[in-house]
Ligand binder design. Structure first.
Ligand code: SAM
Ligand code: DTB
Ligand code: SF4
Length: 339
């Protein structure tokens, strides 16, 4: 079996674990080359989606995710901040849009959404931001189908909920929920007709086979997640993973290329960890099929390249920011309603 057989960019949901492991471990340049071919079949390689991220409720989370600055189980020096006012969020979205972002993602350090005033406020935020013609995404922890429907009715385009790692390794990184809980939420989001943003993290101490397992899980979801963020661990002082060995750029690019081959039409996002990747490695990641980034100097609680730095970088590479909804598989509910 050679990589060539995958270059046609066929969309499949029946990938085997062995196939995924073999793609992930194939020689570097043929892997990047195949991924680039798949990428060009389904996307314009000169376009990259620019997403902006805002933490709307920071810290104090009851989950024990071992990588996270926001868990009450970790002794980090993060300042806890209650849910922002709607006006603060709308203002941040306005700035993100002016800076060239077409997707705006709001993150809350919640275990799950509860049916309370805070959720009502988030629904109002979603409504206002979607009226600004930005793709709105939320990441608020676990949701029921009914809550996902309310978000959809408010104009939500995407919901981010990562599986983070393989099913086998999951309970080594989080014990306060199960891998199956994540899958349940993903089903609820899908049922409500909201697009799915789901990916994972490299550098948690997982094995090569866990990385393949995670990518296999994502690629056998039917339909594939419309958006797949690949994060590398941003080590946070005070977390159990603070001393983890950094992920090599080679491994990161391999994961990107494999995600691109397995999920040809999805947006593959270079998510957390860009601060520790040099520009050459990021350029290779774009070549290997990444077509989305988080832009702006902050992710949720950690640093990210600035808008100016990325604008210069885009120019250097000859790539351009994509306009909202372009290249995504599903037309947003709002656009359909207006059609
Ligand atoms: N509380 C919600 C949840 O867990 O789904 C939403 C916010 S959570 C911070 C979103 C995602 O960010 C996590 O699933 C994880 O993949 C990623 N993440 C969090 N901390 C990270 C870190 N230190 N390095 C890399 N990725 C991280
Ligand atoms: C995702 O996969 N990565 C983003 C977004 N989805 C919500 C979050 C990255 C967080 C990195 C650590 C921090 O800034 O706290
Ligand atoms: Fe809470 Fe999400 Fe951080 Fe886990 S990753 S501790 S659920 S904010």
């Amino acid at each position: 079996m050679t990589l060539e057989q995958y270059a046609n960019g066929a969309i499949r949901f029946d990938w085997t674990n062995d196939e995924v492991a073999s793609i992930l471990s194939s020689p570097f340049l043929p892997l990047v080359h195949t991924a680039a071919q798949v990428h060009a079949k389904h996307h314009d390689p000169s376009k990259v989606q620019v997403c902006s991220l805002l933490s709307i409720k920071t810290g104090g989370c009851s989950e024990d995710c071992s990588y996270c600055s926001q868990s009450v189980h970790n002794e980090t020096d993060l300042e806890v901040e209650p849910l922002l006012a709607k006006e603060q969020v709308v203002e941040a979205a306005r700035r993100a849009k002016a800076g060239g972002a077409t997707r705006f993602c709001m993150g809350a350090a919640w275990r799950e959404v509860r049916d309370n005033r805070a959720f009502e406020r988030v629904l109002e935020m979603v409504k206002e931001v979607s009226d600004m013609d930005l793709e709105v995404c939320c990441t608020l922890g676990m949701v029921t189908e009914e809550q996902a429907r309310k978000l959809k009715d408010a104009g939500l385009y995407a919901y981010n909920h990562n599986i983070d790692t393989s099913e086998e390794f999951y309970d080594s990184i989080c014990t306060t929920r199960t891998f199956q809980d994540r899958i349940e939420t993903l089903k609820n989001i899908r049922q409500a007709g909201v697009t799915i943003c789901c990916g994972g993290i490299l550098g948690l101490g997982e094995s090569e086979s866990d990385r393949a397992g995670m990518l296999h899980q994502l690629a056998t979801l039917n339909p594939h997640p419309e958006s797949v963020p690949i994060n590398t661990l941003v080590p946070i002082e005070g977390t159990p993973l603070e001393e983890n060995a950094p992920v090599s750029s080679w491994d990161f690019i391999r994961a990107i290329a494999t995600a691109r081959i397995l999920m040809p039409t999805s947006m593959v996002r270079l998510a957390a960890g860009r601060m520790s990747l040099n520009k050459e490695a990021q350029a290779l990641a774009f070549l290997a099929g990444a077509n989305s980034i988080f832009a702006g100097e902050k992710l949720l609680t950690t640093a990210n390249p600035t808008l100016d730095e990325d604008a210069q970088f885009f120019e250097q590479l000859g790539i351009h920011p994509q306009v909202a909804y372009e290249g995504t598989q599903t037309e947003p509910c709002k656009k359909q309603a207006n059609a």
